[in-house]
Design a protein around this ligand. Structure first.
Ligand SMILES: N[C@@H](CCC(=O)N[C@@H](CS)C(=O)NCC(=O)O)C(=O)O
Length: 210
């Protein structure tokens, strides 16, 4: 089928790149990474050589090119069914997909006010009421998923799934900005931050030091 190459932005800041990178790691497939530095004059032109959409991440698989983080994750789930990027249970899959889509299309205030920055020293940051509303929705959703589907492991649907890949950057934000959480959500954030693939990404974002 050809080589797998994931084109990504800076590991410290590119939250959209982190999501499919985690899913791809979970497949166990060998893949190449191409790094396009963000926030430079030449960034847009470099991205456009990979995708007409002009955004990262982009996955090349042989002659196939897929853009949009969630579409890349779904492609990986289809291409590597043995990796079980979605659980077999239809209800859990549907809830996981709804949660992933809600993340992909939502939470703009949180994303603006608490950007992913893995180089930043963790410290509490007060948030606006608008951001607090989005945080409350995320924690309500995480609590629901953990209670309903989480018995088989520490992640939203028990075992690691695309839903966790989609919320992993939110976990880094909650960790970096020391967002106060209930015990269920705090345990979930800690599980994601301790996930070996997440630790590997974070170490690379900090030049080899986690
Ligand atoms: N909806 C897109 C969002 C991608 C996105 O905004 N990527 C940022 C990097 S995290 C980007 O490409 N920024 C560079 C630019 O806009 O020129 C996805 O899910 O992949």
């Amino acid at each position: 089928m050809g080589a797998l190459t994931l084109v990504i932005g800076d590991k410290a800041f590119s939250s959209w790149s982190l999501r499919p990178w985690l899913a791809l790691r979970q497949t166990g497939a060998a893949f190449n990474e191409v790094w396009v530095p963000l926030r430079r004059l030449e960034t847009k032109a470099a991205i456009l050589t990979h995708s007409a959409a002009g955004k990262l991440p982009v996955l090349h698989h042989g002659a196939i090119t897929i853009w949009e983080s969630l579409a890349i994750c779904e492609y990986l789930a289809d291409r590597f069914p043995e990796a079980q990027l979605w659980p077999a249970d239809l209800e859990a899959r549907a809830f996981g997909r709804a949660a992933a889509t809600e993340m992909h299309g939502g939470f703009p205030e949180l994303r603006r006010a608490l950007p992913m920055d893995l180089t930043r020293k963790p410290a509490f940051l007060p948030v606006t009421p608008e951001v607090a509303v989005e945080i409350a929705r995320i924690t309500e959703l995480w609590g629901l998923l953990r209670r309903r589907f989480g018995a088989g492991g520490p992640f939203l649907l028990g075992q690691f799934s695309i839903a966790d890949a989609m919320y992993a950057p939110v976990c880094t934000r909650f960790d970096t900005y020391r967002v106060p959480l209930d015990t269920t959500c705090q345990a979930y954030v800690e599980a994601v931050m301790a996930w070996p693939a997440m630790q590997a990404w974070r170490a690379e974002a900090n030049g080899g030091k986690a």
